[in-house]
Design a protein. Structure first.
Length: 553
């Protein structure tokens, strides 16, 4: 649920946003899972089966009525950020000069002359959204986001400026780059900035940039785990195309720009852990399109759910959607996905990797979690946590418990939050058209190809909160559906939001698959969530287990 406190970037509005966020965290902590402040709005994430939206809205409005009007505090930490402008560091500087009618030197002078206030962190971990940019520098976003922007790049979008902490996609105009590490997960203080800080840019030469860049980072002490002799292990013979450690995700850090991550297909992940006899949310392996080959150095009990990758144990086929014992020295191999896209391998006890910011999930863009923050490689060794109970006999769930995978995907979606920024015929296009999954699909988002969805005036909005399922529509008019690793904020208008239970269907789609959207009411969305949890409960009963179902904040 979004609470909007203003229309534009304004220090007073932003101060009220942060005061309301503090009140909600203090007084509604039992009802709200996560609070995400932005420039002018507050996103509240909650379980609609635990508290009704209308009830939460009334409680939030009562808190809002208690807030006095006020401005941002005058005292704040000032952070000075060296920036090398133009050239390879700022490829859009000449465009900015032409667009604004200024010289490149004047653009740099204006950009570096202001004192900025950090209104929020978002997009990616530690990304500072800055207020106070001179109006003369205002410029539109790119119609099509760049696929890769180097870490440290300084950009402009509309009346905003900010710094990309990580290499990532983005649609901002790039004017320079800082050698400072804006986000460093190996540091005791991973975030360079905090909301409320003030910031000044200081132009530096390319030589000074390189000198600062070469300074050693302050490393965090290595995480302490169990002794190697206490753990069982699995050796990675072949890693597959993209195999990562995932759990239910990293909750509670969106306000710092840290994505949730976690399993893309939350139901298949939950059922794999259920079959393996694990508590909900236990870390497992997610394999994409091409599975891994693993040698078990110790006996284990494993389960497979999701896409069918033709699994074989010591060369003998085993069933997808089943759990079975593996002997020491045995090899489990998976090949290309026959149907679907992602397979989950749960091992009784779970994968033993350190928790980072409360989760074992891998977020590769930031090098967070999992095995050194990256996908598996040949030669890796995975440690396994001890199993809490003896392994059950081999078992399987009937096919009716699993989502159907195919070349056609139907996604139910709730209109909003910016559907009013699209023409009526644009909304009709969204729900009447068939789209195709493009080659630009990954854990961050699915870019779809098909008929353009027409905006009323343009695609840009004041950047606000973004969640998995949101359907962004950039200038070219084709939708992008946000997925598990999506940025926490974004500045393209969002026409609708795919409901949580249906995201698993898209997570199992691949290039060339067709996608159709169906308009959905709040009541239908709640019923779909109940149905998903009921399916998990029935699977638990079938196996004689107990536990909660899929979770995604």
């Amino acid at each position: 649920m979004a609470v909007e406190l203003g229309e534009a970037i304004d220090d007073g509005v932003n101060a009220r946003v942060h005061r309301l966020a503090a009140l909600v965290r203090r007084e509604l902590a039992s009802q709200v899972r996560e609070v995400v402040p932005t420039y002018r709005s507050l996103l509240l994430l909650f379980d609609p089966l635990e508290i009704e939206r209308e009830q939460l809205q009334r409680r939030t409005e009562r808190l809002l009525a208690r807030l006095p009007p006020g401005r941002a505090p005058r005292k704040a930490r000032v952070v000075r950020v060296p920036v090398c402008y133009g050239g390879e560091f700022g490829p859009d500087l000449d465009f900015l000069a032409r667009h604004t009618g200024l010289t490149p030197d004047r653009v740099v002078e204006l950009h570096a002359s202001a004192t900025y206030r950090i209104h929020m962190l978002g997009f990616t971990p530690g990304f500072p959204y800055l207020a106070g940019m001179p109006p003369a520098l205002k410029a539109p976003r790119l119609d099509e986001p760049r696929a890769r922007i180097p870490a440290g790049t300084v950009g402009i979008a509309g009346g905003q400026t900010g710094i990309y902490p990580l290499e990532s996609p983005g649609g901002w105009r790039l004017v320079g780059r800082t050698p400072l590490r804006v986000f460093d997960p190996t540091s005791p203080k991973p975030f360079l900035f905090s909301a409320g800080d003030r910031l000044r840019f200081e132009p530096v030469s390319p030589e000074e940039f390189r000198r600062i860049e070469a300074r050693p980072a302050r490393a965090r002490p290595p995480a302490q785990g169990r002794g190697a002799g206490e753990l069982r292990s699995v050796s990675v013979m072949k890693p597959g195309l993209l195999t990562t450690v995932q759990d239910e995700g990293r909750h509670g850090y969106r306000a710092f720009g840290v994505p949730v991550a976690g399993a893309m297909d939350r139901l298949s992940f939950a059922l794999a852990n259920l079959l393996a006899g694990n508590p909900p949310g236990t870390a497992a392996l997610e394999m994409t399109l091409l599975g891994a080959a693993l040698r078990f150095e110790h006996p284990a009990y494993v389960a497979l759910c999701g896409a069918d990758m033709g699994p074989k144990l010591d060369g003998v086929p085993v069933a997808n959607g089943s759990a079975f014992k593996v002997s020491a020295g045995s090899e489990l191999s998976l090949g290309p996905a026959i149907t679907g896209c992602r397979t989950y391998l749960a091992i009784q006890g779970g994968i033993e990797v350190p928790e980072v910011l409360g989760s074992r999930s891998t977020y590769t863009r930031a090098g967070l979690g999992g095995l050194a923050g990256r996908a598996l490689r040949a030669g890796d060794t995975l440690s396994l946590s001890p199993a809490r109970t003896p392994p059950p006999p081999a078992r399987a769930l009937p096919a009716g418990f699993f989502s159907a995978t195919g070349r056609e995907v139907r996604l139910r979606a709730l209109l909003g939050p910016q559907d009013d920024l699209f023409l009526g015929e644009g909304l009709s296009t969204l729900f009447a058209s068939t789209y195709e999954v493009s080659n630009r699909n990954d854990r961050m988002g699915y870019q779809l190809e098909g008929p353009a969805i027409q905006h009323r005036t343009g695609p840009d909005i004041v950047s606000d909160a973004l969640c998995p399922g949101a359907i962004q529509v950039p200038g070219r008019g084709t939708p992008i559906v946000m997925m598990a690793d999506c940025q926490t904020t974004g500045g393209y208008a969002k026409v609708a939001t795919v409901i949580g239970p249906d995201l698993a269907r898209l997570a199992q789609a691949r290039r060339g698959d067709s996608v159709r959207f169906a308009a959905c009411s709040q009541e239908e969305a709640l019923e779909a969530l109940r149905a998903e949890r009921d399916l998990f409960a029935r699977a638990s009963a079938w196996l004689g287990e107990s536990g909660r179902g899929p979770r995604r904040g």
